[in-house]
Design a protein around this ligand. Sequence first.
Ligand code: ATP
Ligand code: MG
Length: 419
Amino acid sequence: MTKINAPKGTRDILPTEIAAWQQAERQFAAVCARYGYQEIRIPTFESTDLFQRGVGDTTDVVQKEMYTFLDKGGRSISLRPEGTAGVVRSYLENGMASWSSPVRLWYNITAFRYENVQKGRYREFHQFGCEVFGADGPVVDAELISLLALFFKEIGLGQTSLRINSIGCPVCRTAYNQLLKAHIQPHLADMCPTCNDRFEKNPLRIIDCKEHKCQPVTKTAPALLDHLCPDCQTHFDGLCTNLDELGIAYTVDRGIVRGLDYYTRTVFEFISDHVGTQGTICGGGRYDGLIESIDGPHTPGIGFALGVERLMMELNSQGVSVATLPVPLIYIAGLGAAAATKARQITFLLRQQGIYAETDLMNRSLKAQMKFAGKTGATYTLVLGDDEIANGEAKLKHMADSTERVVRLDQLAAFLTAR
Ligand code: ATP
Ligand code: MG
């Protein structure tokens, strides 16, 4: 029989890396809690329609990368390629508009995209994300960005730069699209089929094209930031002022348009100097038109998604020391059948007291048990034999310095807890 491997673009997160993942998850949840964000958990799959409308059917994600299938009931279903659309659906479906504003949510999800697999680019990956609904001021944008900056600081990530831009609103975009199309038109015949397709439907999306032959045209295109309407300009200036007030460094990058259709005004990315072409660790922006596009009332919103695999790669490459898994506080060895039973009972008792304890499960010799205890890195070991059981006390050995002390078995938990 042929060996079955994990599907292309998926990866296992093994126990050797899990402590670092858990630490990142804990720290992200902790920062979100300090900002008043609440966790939301959404389904892994949704109606395909939601993503077509919520992400946009002229985006790469929807046009090329979505895992879509008909379920047994003939419904078109897609695995979520991102979290925002599902969170917005939930916001509307559960009447969160009646909660007090702003509604601030965070999530930790897997996402699925049929991508060309390469370093930092998988078909199943993880995202931490936040969404804020019901507040439209630049103070909200700055607060959200400050949450990310604080998370990166606390997790120890350096050498990451924040880039911000504004891609305006439908008002400024209508005028700008004419300028952009005039710039592109003469070169259109030499550009890729996707750009040709988007030329009429959504010309702004062309700026995000990654095809080599389209780059000379996209790189020289006029920038929306230079053609904002007065309201969008005020918003962008407000964002810059607010970031300055909070002492958060940023660069204005006219080239950021973001891969999803729903963004308005503020767009931003945190880019690392290491991950190369996959250097975007996190991207986000304001989406004041999104909720209407999925049949909700006009509601401003802003959010971001952070690629956890890319964050982990970045932490590794920057040599940030990450958490390690806990080691047992004690290993209890048993010599003989009666002692082995007693060892299992005491181990159970200690675990009930909140102590990480280990004992033998492999019917090993005493020598092999002690070798195993050494491998686990247990802080203490204790050997139980018939005498110890009869006397109700045993020698507790501190492994690092080989010192021993006699403890009563019925006081073991108290001793270990008080330590
Ligand atoms: P890219 O330009 O790299 O394709 P994107 O614009 O498609 O990114 P977003 O939709 O903004 O990415 O997703 C937010 C974050 O999720 C990205 O900044 C990245 O860190 C991460 N991400 C996106 N796609 C993948 C993937 N296929 N594998 C791993 N991480 C990903
Ligand atoms: Mg992408």
